[in-house]
Structure formats: structure tokens, C-alpha cells
Ligand binder design. Structure first.
Ligand SMILES: Cc1ncc(C[n+]2csc(CCOP(=O)(O)OP(=O)(O)O)c2C)c(N)n1
Length: 289
């Protein structure tokens, strides 16, 4: 087991989140997961976009790339392809992943890189002070949607099941032990793993509070078979109480496994010698058509 202290950022005092924010628990959970899975900090890369959730990688002692809004998944995909030996996590908010990054979310499921996508789902745009996000409930009043949200909420679980995602789970940051187990399974899964992680925003979302999530969620029991796609669809549209746990799994090849670059050797591209003449020949052949 890697000592959890190795994931502490030295001298970190300035964390931007409000006291009581669900992100603090997610930060603890991620360190616990890496430590218990015995992954050393230098083997983890986190990518994120913009938002309060997207600041998470800055507060963990791992390598990270904090890029454009909604663009954590393509960066994570490229890193994983360059070096499949790394554990790669794309970590951002619901706005960043399902709104600005919605196109990447959809097509990454089709591509199936072996990365884990963790979405801090607080059902609101937190950093920009509480506008509706794709997962905000219909009718929710915000400083911009003053008469209430009129759009139907985006259902990431249904979309992921529809696209036959490799691993789809839902968790709640208020349950540290259970969430850590779910994320461990997500990281261990070979393929794109999605964890829609409920995270109360205590400042800008007065509806979906800790109490609300406790009252409106339940855990799937042992008899539930996550490989049953029809059952997963049924679970994904339940609305009275929302299921927590691994909702869907599918066995399929990863993107990297199917890349010609890894056909004859598993040596990470990043460790291979760059052959300038071969590269120039390739560019020339593309140019000539
Ligand atoms: C292209 C682009 N559009 C909009 C913004 C403004 N913006 C920054 S963060 C953010 C919302 C973040 O919400 P979410 O991803 O849910 O994360 P949270 O802050 O709630 O953790 C928006 C709209 C931006 N920076 N770039």
C-alpha cells in the first residue's frame, strides 16, 4: 500500500472551496483509493477542465493537466495512449463534463480508452456562482434562470448505457467508504469508467443538499447484475430514488488495445525512439494523398 501521506501537497493551505463542500470528501476519497490500490503518485495523472471541481488535481500530489473547460477527457485519452502504464483520471464538474465537454463525453464512450472519468455532480455551475448546469432539476430557480429551469435534465447514466459504456457507476460524496470502493472498481476496470459522483454545493444549490441526497438515493443490492443492459436502462431512469453503485458493465476492447501502434509491442509510445526519417516519410505520404 502506498502511504496516503505521499498524496499530500506540501505546504498546501489555500483551498478555494467553501467550508462543508462535498469536494473535500472527494479529495480524501481519491487519496485513499490511490493509496489502497498501491499506485505511487508518479504513476497517476489527473486531467481537469474549469470549475471548482476541476481544481481537485491541484490539491493532490500527482501529475496533472488543468486545461480548457470541457476538455479533460481528450487530454486524458492522449496521455493514456502515449503511456498505457499510467493510471489516468479525468476529473471535473457536471457542467464541465456534460455541458462544455458533452461532445467528448459521448464520443469517449464510443472510443473506450482505459481512463476513469469522475464527475463531481452538484447539479449547478458552482465556480460561476450558481447558474443551471445540464443536471439541474427542472423548475430550479437560479440567478439566471429566475423563473426556473425549463430544460429537461441530462441523464448521464442513460446516455452511457445507451452507448454501451464499459463501466457506469453512481456514488455520493457523503458516503466515503462506499464511494472509495466504487472508484477503486472504476480504476481497476479496463476501459472507460464513468463515476457520476453526487457532491453537494452548499452555497449555490439549496435543493440538492446532503439531506436530499441521503433521502433520494439507495444502494443496488448483491442480486443486481450490472452486465444486464436492460436492467441498467431501467435503473438509469428511476427518479423517485436514485440508485448508487455499479449500474452497468460491458466487456469490450479498449481504444489502446486496438491501436496499430500497440499491435506488435506493448512498449509505451512515450518510451520509443523518435525516428525522424520515418515521420517525414509518413507526412510526405499524407501530403501526396
Ligand atoms: C468555454 C467556457 N465557457 C464558460 C466558461 C465559464 N465557466 C467557468 S467554470 C464554469 C462552470 C463550472 O461548473 P461545473 O463544471 O459544474 O463545476 P463546479 O464549479 O460546479 O465544480 C463556467 C460556465 C469558461 N471558463 N469557458
Amino acid at each position: 500500500m502506498t502511504d496516503i501521506k505521499e498524496f499530500e501537497v506540501e505546504g498546501l493551505t489555500d483551498i478555494a472551496w467553501c467550508k462543508g463542500c462535498g469536494n473535500f470528501a472527494i479529495l480524501r476519497i481519491l487519496k485513499k483509493v490511490f493509496s489502497e490500490l498501491d499506485i505511487p503518485p508518479e504513476k497517476v495523472v489527473m486531467t481537469s477542465g474549469i470549475g471548482q471541481a476541476a481544481k481537485t488535481p491541484q490539491y493532490i500530489e500527482v501529475s496533472y493537466f488543468n486545461g480548457l473547460h470541457g476538455r479533460s477527457i481528450p487530454v486524458a485519452t492522449a496521455i493514456k495512449c502515449s503511456n498505457p502504464e499510467l493510471t489516468v483520471i479525468a476529473d471535473s464538474g457536471d457542467g464541465c463534463m456534460y455541458g462544455e465537454g458533452g461532445n467528448h463525453f459521448i464520443h469517449a464512450i464510443r472510443r473506450n480508452p482505459d481512463i476513469t472519468v469522475i464527475v463531481h455532480n452538484n447539479m449547478v455551475y458552482g465556480l460561476t456562482k450558481g447558474q443551471a448546469s445540464p443536471t439541474s432539476e427542472k423548475g430550479m430557480k437560479t440567478p439566471v434562470q429566475v423563473e426556473g429551469v425549463i430544460l429537461e435534465p441530462f441523464n448521464p447514466i442513460s446516455v452511457a448505457v445507451a452507448l454501451d459504456a464499459s463501466f457506469v457507476a453512481r456514488a455520493f460524496s457523503g458516503h466515503v467508504k462506499e464511494t472509495a470502493e466504487i472508484i477503486k472498481e472504476a480504476v481497476k476496470n479496463k476501459g472507460l469508467s464513468i463515476v457520476d459522483l453526487f457532491q453537494p454545493c452548499i452555497t449555490f444549490n439549496k435543493i440538492n443538499t446532503y439531506k436530499w441526497f441521503n433521502e433520494h438515493t439507495y444502494y443496488l443490492d448483491e442480486s443486481y447484475d450490472p452486465y444486464d443492459r436492460n436492467a441498467a436502462f431501467v435503473k438509469s431512469v428511476e427518479s423517485e430514488k436514485l440508485p448508487l453503485g455499479i449500474i452497468y458493465r460491458s466487456r469490450k476492447k479498449t481504444f489502446e488495445e486496438q491501436l496499430p501502434a500497440y499491435e506488435s509491442t506493448s512498449e509505451p509510445i512515450i518510451h520509443r525512439q523518435f525516428k525522424r526519417e520515418e515521420f517525414e516519410r509518413l507526412v510526405e505520404s499524407i501530403r501526396r494523398g
